[in-house]
Design a protein around this ligand. Sequence first.
Ligand code: CDP
Ligand code: MG
Length: 716
Amino acid sequence: MAQGQGRPNNSMKSPNRQFSAGNGIVNVDALATKRKALAQHRKSLPIASVENRLIEEVRKHDTLIIVGETGSGKTTQLPQFLFNAGFSGDGKVIGVTQPRRVAAMTVAKRVAEECGGNLGQKVGYSIRFEDVTSSSTRIKYMTDGLLLREALLDPYLSRYSVIIVDEAHERTVQTDVLLGLLKNVQDARSKSLNNLQNTKNQKTNDDMQSKENGAQGFRFLKQYQGRTPLKLIIMSASLDAKIFSEYFGGARAVHIQGRQFPVDIFYTHHSIQDYLDASLTTILQIHLEEGPGDILVFLTGQEEIESAERLVKERLKQLPENSQKLVAVPIYSSLSSEHQMRVFAPAPPGFRKVILATNIAETSLTISGIKYVVDPGFVKARYYDPNKGLESLVVVPVSKAQALQRSGRAGREGPGKCFRLYPEDQFGKLEDSTKPEIKRCNLSNVILQLKALGVDDITGFDFIEKPSRSAIVKSLEQLFVLGALTDDCKLSNPVGIQMARLPLDPIYSKALIVASEFNCLEEMLISVAMLSVESIFFNPRDKIEEVRTAQKSFASPEGDHLTLVNVYRASNEFLEKRSGLSKEKREKAFRKWCKDNFIHSRSLTNARDIHRQIRGHVEQMGLRITSCGDDVLQFCRCLAASFFLNAALKQPDGTYRALANGEVVSIHPSSVLRNRPECLIYNELVETSRKFIRNTTRIDFLWLTELAPQFYAMQN
Ligand code: CDP
Ligand code: MG
């Protein structure tokens, strides 16, 4: 492919051109030099020149909308500006919410570094299952979901002087709900402030008449000081500020001028069958034929990214040694903290970096050094069909807005190139923008949260965009059959209240509560933790037989849930036996053990982490953690009692039919269930070439009417 012309033709030429390195390498040893460089970098950001103006705007307006291109410095700089301007006086906190865990973590690390302190001190972060803050934290990054949970305990969010809702254009469910909640909180805080002010004035008049009331007056003053108006800042990368402005009663919006260099866009001649393969070919073509600069590739999920990582390594080995200087770094939401920072580190001298990312790198993360973007044009999204009660995770084409964001990433620091792996006429057919998640997801979780926050009338809640009535009704029904709601649609006591307290999907929270009654909470805790990560087993298409053999020692004839429990326990045993080793050696051995068994070590490590956390929650709630031991039937019955909404029955033609919605489904090839039982439960429905159910366990059909009569009697 010649520079500046041509298109990726996805046929590799013989590698004969050597790549000359030179992407800025920072000397990390000299701390002082680094400080200076950081300070300089901060000054050079587009937002730096408007610091005073922004602070003025925040002082003047209680609600402000800030729009600025990715990389202009919104996320890292604005909270620091506010801190320096005294917005965190009186021990108050400046809160910044992110739709994604990784963004909250990495940005907090970066800002702590810029402030010259340790993470968890002045700057910290808090996400589900991980809290790195202290009483001295003044700038706190967190997920929007976490702030919603905090509101359960502190309805006025009184610790916060400012809340910044970042990446609002992403319109995740949690962001949308949070915006509604914050609108209420802001209102309530202003009102209570006014009331207190009035009462205080009244009080002062009274005091002048009666000098004996001095002490009481002081108490009042203290209470009054504790309540300040809530400053709200909505930040977004896209240009569409109108919807937010209108929602907040015509709130002021300011635009930050960003930097954008020209980006050449290339399309393929024809549609592509295997975009993963095409991505690899394009990566290597860029690497071999283009000038210096890092590559950013957009893929759809952890599994795909991990195979791409492996394939890049394999293909590099086939090149001459001097062409092998390419390092692949993955980034996706559930990546463990030890790995995520690698994406920001420059490649070693002489190397080029290729970042394999999900849509997280569209706007949430700013990674410097990118000159090339490879965009297959797909994204994994959750879709929910309320009529069928069917939730599925599907890979769909991106929207125009997303495609533009993606290509924009190549032109932040200089002119760049973007390779779209689809023909040009395809671009015109894309949707303009992505539909907000609240319009296409199961609302059970949201409704449970709102109910716990005291919002009883869900249809009356002031959503920025209302979900459909049928979706609300279906989710209410679901919560009702799970026992979370009473007949008059209030949270049930204790089940509904307990479910709202657990940071899990309602169906998993319920499973833990049910399991404590079935004396198998130990097994259920492990299952839920293992089901909360993307995928435990590798499933390379070319090695199916090898995977099967490796999995034999864990496989349970009952199905995937017990298999996951076995894997978890085997990992425990493995690590316990090596408790004498140094941490490093132990981890190395663990990674090898995982590799030999076709287990994603990152997923398993994550699951072990999550297990520890939910175990803590469950203990706090006073649930009894016992094991059913060898009585696996007891555990399977518990699975039926918990996941009865996801049961499927075998049809005469050998396919399965989901009982709740009548959909025809197939067992995913990754399942250990081979003997095709009559009836089973599953945890996930993914739609790819067919509708597949994943994580399945065999159950007895009769258990359903026995254990979930509230649902199966109703369904007849
Ligand atoms: O939020 P916005 O996209 O406007 O920008 P930002 O995230 O505040 O990033 C501003 C700059 O900080 C970027 O250009 C990155 O070079 C740098 N940055 C970084 O080096 N490491 C991070 N973890 C985050 C930001
Ligand atoms: Mg940002």
